[in-house]
Design a protein around this ligand. Sequence first.
Ligand SMILES: Nc1nc2c(c(=O)[nH]1)N[C@H]1C(S)=C(S)[C@@H](COP(=O)(O)O)O[C@H]1N2
Ligand SMILES: [Mo]
Length: 179
Amino acid sequence: MSLYRLPLRSLAFVVLLVAGGASLAATPPITLPDGRTVQLSAKAIESLPRLSVSATAHGKTARYGGYDLRQVLEAAGVRASALRGRAMTTIVTVSAPDGYHAVFALAELDPTLGNRQVLLADRENGQPLPPATGPWRLVVPADQRPARWVRQVNAIAVSNPQAARTDQGPRSATAAAAH
Ligand SMILES: Nc1nc2c(c(=O)[nH]1)N[C@H]1C(S)=C(S)[C@@H](COP(=O)(O)O)O[C@H]1N2
Ligand SMILES: [Mo]
């Protein structure tokens, strides 16, 4: 059947399906402390609550839509709340293709510690982010300047530099257990 013979309603449905599929870009791959990289499925991402947050950068206020970075990390298997001990030094590095990076202590995101909201956003004022900024950008409403609002996020890495320190004294097993 040629396209023009389809009832208008089915055509509209097809267009909606295409638009709907295009609206959720694959999320950036997440590298875990053990070196594994997790690519979350669209289903895993869509099962997270979508947030809509008003935030201001350079005097311009907009409404950003997306997902909570902590919940995205948890979906990838990262423990990110009620952290203790060695996890106090876990860091989250968010990267972009232009070589820009920003880091967060995982403890900043932990609701029982820093409780800082960081949005992995794909919408600004209801529109998908433009290619120069998206498809994913960080929005950190509580930061005083938008320097950690990484545009075009293409990788997220969770690491713990202290965990690699097996060779020297200061972080002894006893010290780690004491916290
Ligand atoms: N990928 C990428 N993201 C980035 C930057 C950058 O150089 N590269 N600069 C940061 C800085 S310093 C600021 S102030 C904001 C500027 O965001 P805007 O261009 O949307 O105003 O983006 C941040 N995100
Ligand atoms: Mo900046």
